[in-house]
Design a protein around this ligand. Sequence first.
Ligand code: PGA
Length: 266
Amino acid sequence: MTDNREASATHEVRPLIAGNWKMNGVKASLSEVMAIHDALSKGTNGTPATESVDIMICPPATLIMVMAEILAQSPIRVGAQDCHIAEKGAHTGDLSAELLADAGAEAIIVGHSERREDHAETDSIVRTKADAVHRAGLMAIVCIGETAGQREAGLTMDVVSRQLEKSVPENANAENCVIAYEPVWAIGTGLTPKPDEVGQIHHEIRNVLKERFAGEGDKFRILYGGSVKPSNATELMQVSNVNGALVGGASLKADDFLGIIKTYKT
Ligand code: PGA
């Protein structure tokens, strides 16, 4: 399933642990962020985890500006969870990628399954949103993943390949785009695929990226997301072609998020 050559290629890709707070987090939650910042600056055994991994938190839009301000001197980056496709204009209640960049976001999650479901976002909308993220000079975190029904029907790779082809824009590269494989049935359920299953799917995702983007395809970060927590992070993050995690529930508490980040401590 996996071989050493693949494993070493994976290690050349700098991992990213991104926290997705979803519609959670109030001003008081910033103390969790400061606890993460303090723990990382102190490091453990003299080696801060941030030397080997990128860290990002995507809070609700209401907290982006203040979080970016308090983290200005920190290696922890701030991201957003969605954006409108347009740059500006008469779109009451919406936020453009440019506005989110102005608030301090460095990346934007697009195509999360909760948005695909709650807002009927199609692959083509997700791709247009990823284009908007790039227009604003930010990094897109493009989410893909199958539902329980699709998995049971044996359609996982069909779904994932289609989403990958149709949701990732043509100008994507390893700098401006991260892929997050998030099986819908694993999100918030406590269930995860077995590591060898994750390895197979990430291997296929890597192949699709290589077919489409040639050598650049080897450099994309492919995150796993869905019920990642400190107790399963080590096992999941060791899988070949898993270059980090998109973490929901466990990113809300400093201790849990740190437990996942420390997976990468050398
Ligand atoms: P979870 O969410 O870690 O709470 O399962 C992951 C996500 O939706 O990004």
